[in-house]
Design a protein around this ligand. Structure first.
Ligand code: ZN
Length: 203
């Protein structure tokens, strides 16, 4: 199983990190060992002093496909989820400055939170899903997939030009504004369409 992630897919988040608006989606991968095991706390790795939460809508691929046309992309997933793309921001910043790949900042153990899955049929239109992240009971990130620069079906079309999508692959679709640091004892709760999708303790 592979984890394909999209960076810079919401305008306000691009602005908060002072990034350029990309011409094409920014794509990176996380290894399967990045998945935070169910029921486990997230341990802040000792190589970072600034790990940020990025709440993101997830899609689980249920058919093998390559060069998928966006108009057919909806046939390749039937579950929607919510997760966190944990990012060692200080490490990422150093890598970015040198033009180096981001894996050390994004692909470490536990850096991919994958919450529960909802059948797509249970969601309203996938291009208007509302989601949020609370940290210790305070709302820190809130978004709607309506504000994506590239929608889910376009993203599937785009990434499948480069990578064959396989059953069980997970697509992280980018984070809205409000990313910020996590600290030991934080509790992170993600909601999609008003339903709790994960609850993570930070250690
Ligand atoms: Zn992200």
């Amino acid at each position: 199983m592979k984890i394909i992630c999209i960076g810079r897919n919401y305008t306000e988040h691009i602005a908060e990190l002072a990034n350029e608006r990309p011409k094409d989606p920014v794509v990176f991968l996380k290894p399967d060992t990045a998945v935070l095991l169910k029921g486990q706390p997230f341990f802040i790795p000792d190589f970072s002093q600034d790990v940020h939460h990025e709440v993101e809508v997830l899609v689980r691929i249920n058919r093998i496909g390559k060069h998928i046309q966006p108009k057919f992309a909806h046939k390749y997933y039937d579950e929607i989820g919510l997760g966190i793309d944990f990012t060692a921001r200080d490490v990422q910043q150093q890598l970015k400055e040198k033009g180096l790949p981001w894996e050390k900042a994004k692909g470490f153990d536990g850096a991919a939170v994958i919450g529960k899955w909802l059948p797509k049929s249970q969601c309203s239109a996938v291009d208007a899903l509302s989601f949020s992240l609370e940290k210790n009971g305070q709302l820190v990130q809130q978004g709607t997939t309506a504000h994506m620069l590239w929608g889910i079906d376009e993203l599937i079309g785009y990434v499948s030009q480069f990578f064959t999508l396989k059953i069980g692959d997970v697509l992280f679709t980018g984070t809205p504004a409000g990313v910020g640091p996590v600290a030991p004892n934080d509790v992170l709760v993600g909601q999609l369409e008003g339903e709790e999708m994960f609850r993570i303790k930070v250690k």
